[in-house]
Design a protein around this ligand. Structure first.
Ligand code: SAH
Length: 250
């Protein structure tokens, strides 16, 4: 190991390059090698120091656990030869990104690891779409949930149904099941819900619907997308109307 090598665990934010933290931009400008995940946008990758080695860690095939182990060994191997090795992950590395596992493993092997938090898609994507997680008088609590394995994996939808705003990541494939579970747990079938696909990027798409339609399989959406369920979804209309008024008056 070169004594000065450092492995940086960096959050790339939701997609738009100006939503990177200043520290993330600094680290990307120093990087000699960057192992990046599938969700990292091309805008952010363009911030990496010219000439750096860019390794697509999201294209690896095989079982999740094997893939994860391979990435860690690869990071270690690069750190033996380069001083600035970056592991770049979408959003914040510690939010459903296995960042904490990677941090623990690398630290356990004696590496100098710096964590650079990122702007998580869970909050920034809905907010920038006009849907804030909380709003006085409307929503005083929110929860961020992983929705990809809700069929018997221990997600307690009945408990979650008591939280005002639900923000569900990785919920595209199981959207109908999630909505049905929430209705069964007592949420109003007419309650508004919204999917924001490719949030903050030029190809962003926002679909506003309700739980009933979602449960009936009536919403066409592709990953990556954030699902928001709650009355705060209604605020989007007011915000969009206000923005239209502002433009028409100017
Ligand atoms: N660590 C990431 C989340 C990883 S889980 C973070 O903090 O943002 C991956 C999920 O994040 C996707 O399935 C999707 O639900 C969500 N996601 C990430 N980026 C997104 C984007 N730009 N637009 C919509 N959803 C996004």
């Amino acid at each position: 190991m070169k004594p000065t090598s450092r492995i940086y665990l960096v959050g790339a934010g939701p997609g738009r390059r100006d939503l990177l933290t200043l520290r993330a931009a600094e680290v990307l400008a120093l990087a000699e090698v960057v192992l990046y995940d599938r969700l990292v946008s091309s805008e952010v990758l363009a911030m990496v120091r010219p000439g750096a080695l860019l390794v697509d860690a999201g294209k690896e095939h095989g079982r999740q656990e094997e893939m994860q182990q391979r990435i860690l060994l690869e990071l270690e191997e690069y750190a033996r030869h380069f001083r600035h090795v970056v592991r770049l992950k979408g959003g914040d590395p510690m939010v459903f990104g296995r960042g904490a596992e990677e941090w623990r493993w690398l630290r356990g092997r004696g590496w100098d690891v710096e964590l650079v938090p990122g702007v998580t898609s869970a909050l920034s994507v809905p907010s920038l779409a006009g849907i804030p997680p909380t709003f006085r008088g409307l929503a005083r609590s929110f929860a961020v949930v992983a929705g990809h394995a809700c069929g018997g994996d221990g997600v307690d939808w009945a408990a979650l149904a008591r939280v005002d705003t639900l923000i569900i990541l990785m919920g595209v494939a199981r959207r109908a099941e999630i909505a049905a579970s929430l209705i069964r747990a007592g949420r109003d079938p007419q309650e508004p819900a919204a999917f924001i696909e490719n949030g903050t990027l030029p190809e962003e798409r926002i679909l506003v619907t309700d739980l009933e339609t979602l449960a009936a399989g009536g919403v066409d959406v592709a990953s990556p997308a954030v699902l928001v369920v709650g009355h705060v979804v209604r605020l989007r209309e007011a915000l969009v109307e206000a923005a239209m008024l502002a433009t028409s008056c100017s």
